[in-house]
Design a protein around this ligand. Structure first.
Ligand code: ATP
Ligand code: MG
Length: 416
């Protein structure tokens, strides 16, 4: 079937009406970014919905697949448009019903009439179109309570839009409409899902990863690159900070009793992350922690870990079950990468019996025995920053600034 448009609905956006225009510009830009490489459409953004005009049908399925992933889209519908004419609308309904001839179906007509100038009211329209279907299609019966499908008819000033499907989007807010958070990205299943969850809520996420070469391998770092590339697919560009943690981690293992090394390692990760976050203008730190999942993820442990920073530590997966986290990892296509066997620094240095209920005074006491400031400074010096986009390209800082300027010019011309 040749659809004429896709109607995109924003949902949650209505809540934040103050920022509406800014949001719509971002959403339009993100949609354009996600549809790059496809042809035969153009985007028209309106206050309450977006119309993607389809000029030909070749890429429609792919366009819809990609729209499903764009944060800020609540749902969308492929539609057929008739002029403001009942007879023409009937013909369009006939085209829509071409796929409903194979067996008996129950249907219902649902008309909306935002265009109050149209000469028929919604009841009259329901009757006109309902009778048309009943007379011409012996396999179709009306059932208002439990229809197999609904023929939606929307009479607007631009024409009569007719469709049967509402396709669910990820919802949330357009990417990067909120401020930045720095996410601790490990090679595991959870932290990429945590990143995605924040992105869907509009938060711009930068990544920080701690590696301990030669104990951690080049493959383990490649995994982090691949996860970052994957997570940049919907949002555009993502910055990744890679910390060389070997020296600091080795010292922690030497200096802190083994049942507390895990807690201490996490505290130092957070101290380093806080410095990077402040430098980068991130207002929060985020992790993939989920309550009770492993030894370090108890409230006692979080209490000890949090103590080193004043920044909020976001844990979007806190109360989620592992099965649900895995499901999202599958959907966003990070699971396969996360399941690769290369170990990260925590796995390698994990003590045999980490404290599940560490005590704050104890860990503070252990850490107070030594001065770590030089080690921290040295570790901060080791940070290497990369920039990824969906093509996996590593762009240097300077190039990035140039590119961002160029992109803004391109993308904002004639946006709304
Ligand atoms: P994940 O699947 O995200 O690795 P996990 O269940 O394996 O989580 P942990 O290994 O205890 O749990 O890690 C908890 C959180 O700490 C991770 O979600 C991540 O945010 C952070 N983290 C752990 N290791 C690293 C690392 N090497 N670099 C950056 N962050 C890390
Ligand atoms: Mg892990």
């Amino acid at each position: 079937m040749e659809f004429s448009h896709i109607i995109v609905r924003y949902g949650e956006l209505t809540l934040k009406s103050g920022n509406r225009n800014e949001f719509l510009k971002k959403l339009t830009k993100n949609i354009r970014y996600n549809l790059q490489g496809l042809t035969g459409f153009h985007v028209q953004t309106k206050r309450d919905r977006m119309y993607i005009h389809l000029d030909h049908n070749e890429d429609v399925q792919e366009i819809m697949e990609r729209l499903k992933k764009v944060p800020g889209i609540h749902n969308f519908s492929p539609v057929l448009r008739a002029g403001l004419d009942v007879e023409e609308a009937k013909k369009i309904i006939d085209r829509l019903l071409e796929t409903k001839l194979d067996k008996e179906y129950k249907f219902k007509i649902q008309t909306k009439r935002p265009n109050k100038n149209f000469p028929y009211n919604t009841n009259e329209l329901n009757n006109v179109f309902g009778s048309h279907v009943l007379i011409n299609y012996k396999n179709l019966k009306v059932n208002v309570k439990q229809p197999d499908f609904i023929i939606n008819v929307e009479v607007r000033s631009e024409g009569i839009f007719i469709f049967t499907d509402f396709i669910k989007g990820v919802g949330g807010f357009p990417v990067n409409t909120s401020s930045k958070a720095l996410l601790l990205l490990s090679g595991g299943i959870d932290s990429p899902v945590a990143a995605h969850t924040l992105q869907v809520k509009g938060v711009e996420v930068e990544m920080i990863h701690f590696q301990s070469p030669p104990f951690t391998s080049a493959e383990a770092l490649q995994k982090i690159f691949d996860l970052t590339i994957k997570l940049s697919q919907v949002v555009g560009r993502i910055k990744l900070h890679v910390v060389n943690f070997t020296k600091l981690q080795t010292e922690i293992v030497k200096r802190v009793p083994s049942n507390y090394t895990m807690t201490s390692t996490r505290r130092f990760m957070l101290r380093i992350a806080e410095e990077v976050a402040k430098k980068e203008g991130c207002l929060a730190i985020a992790t993939g922690e989920s309550l009770g999942q492993v030894a370090s993820q108890t409230l006692e442990s979080m209490n000890c870990i949090n103590e080193v920073t004043n920044l909020p530590v976001l844990r979007p997966l806190l109360t989620m079950d592992k099965v649900d986290i895995i499901k999202i990892a599958q959907e966003i296509d990070t699971l396969e990468i996360s399941n690769l066997p290369f170990e990260d620094c925590c796995t390698i240095f994990t003590p045999k019996a980490p404290k599940t209920k560490p005590r704050l005074e104890k860990i503070k006491g252990y850490e107070a025995r030594d001065d770590y400031s030089d080690l921290i400074a040295e570790t901060l010096d080791s940070v290497e920053t990369y920039l990824f986009d969906k093509n996996g390209r590593v762009v240097t800082q300077d190039m990035r600034e140039q590119e961002v300027k160029k992109e803004e010019k391109d993308d904002f011309s004639g946006l709304l």
